[in-house]
Design a binder for this molecule. Structure first.
Ligand SMILES: C[S@@+](CC[C@H](N)C(=O)[O-])C[C@H]1O[C@@H](n2cnc3c(N)ncnc32)[C@H](O)[C@@H]1O
Length: 286
């Protein structure tokens, strides 16, 4: 039987020196073998999740987890799922979507073509939300949405566009609070206990695996949504990803962060002006 592993509090002591060595070696091994770079992710979250995976794999130490992952790509896939927090929902933080409709859409209307990057899109709820907003605002036909994530498994689910019916029904309240003028159910076809988004919604979406830590900029965007991703990174890594986002954003493009993320005190703070600070909506000004 495997002993239960305590769930460390982020504020708790940082673990033994031996554990720190094992974590460093494991992350280095993952980086060198698979090119996934978790070395600068927030340490408390990492530690908790590594131990959870070690327990699930039935190994007693983090060195044991390193051996498992190095020799078994399927174990790496499982670790990847554990290391990336993929929690998301349709029209998450409705106030943000309302601000997007009111402040960003009128400016996008003046562009002949709109490129949007949903970075760290997880299972696609954010991407479908923006597609719905663009459709309602008459912009979807002249938009392309690039939806990327480090994790191939969540991307496959996103691309599939199928969600539990109960979650779709729950989404209706957020959709209305986000300024939706129809019924959310207009956008999907329901089967027994699942529902699938109607096709035209994702015709202009490009789904692709992209690692914000190690991959380069791949286009110039008018809007970048990178919400609830940076919160899991340490400060130096956040700064590095901010450099990538800045490089990928067109002059006067819009950047959206998650509700617990801010540009205040970030290395790039002066390159942006807040559009609605409370909703973490910014505009590139330099
Ligand atoms: C909490 S979810 C956020 C989903 C969505 N943006 C939202 O706000 O609802 C974070 C996502 O970031 C992805 N992620 C983590 N590290 C990443 C990286 N280095 N590059 C790209 N995506 C990453 C995870 O796989 C996960 O799907």
């Amino acid at each position: 039987m495997i002993a239960a592993v305590p769930d460390p509090d982020p504020q708790e002591e940082e673990g033994s020196e031996l554990e720190l060595i094992e974590i460093e070696l494991l992350l280095e091994a993952v980086h060198r073998r698979y090119a996934f770079d978790f070395r600068d992710y927030a340490p408390a979250v990492l530690r908790r999740r590594l131990w959870r995976r070690a327990q699930a794999e039935g190994v007693r130490t983090l060195s044991g987890l390193q051996e498992r992952v190095l020799h078994d790509p399927a174990a790496m896939e499982r670790l990847l799922l554990d290391l990336s927090v993929t929690t998301t929902s349709m029209f998450r933080d409705p106030g943000f979507w309302l601000a997007f409709r009111e402040k960003v859409v009128p400016i996008l209307r003046t562009y002949p073509f709109v490129r949007i990057w949903s970075a760290g899109c997880s299972t696609g709820e954010e991407t479908y939300s923006i597609a719905i907003v663009l459709q309602e605002e008459g912009l979807l036909d002249r938009s392309r949405i690039y939806a990327t994530d480090i994790n191939a498994a969540v991307l496959a689910r996103a691309r599939n566009g199928m969600f539990p019916l109960a979650r779709m029904r729950e989404a209706n309240a957020n959709y209305l609070r986000a300024g939706g003028a129809r019924a959310f159910s207009d956008y999907y076809i329901s089967g027994y206990d699942h529902a699938r988004f109607c096709r035209p919604l994702c015709d202009n979406v490009v789904w692709a695996q992209h690692n914000l830590v190690s991959d380069a900029s791949f286009n110039e965007f008018h809007v970048i949504l990178c919400r609830n991703v940076l919160i899991y990174f340490g400060k130096p890594l956040q700064d590095r990803v901010h450099a990538l986002l800045h490089e990928s954003l067109a002059p006067f493009g819009f950047l959206a962060l998650g509700s617990r993320e801010t540009l205040r005190f970030a290395a790039r703070e002066t390159d942006y002006a807040p559009v609605v600070e409370a909703e973490r909506l910014y505009r590139r000004v330099a």
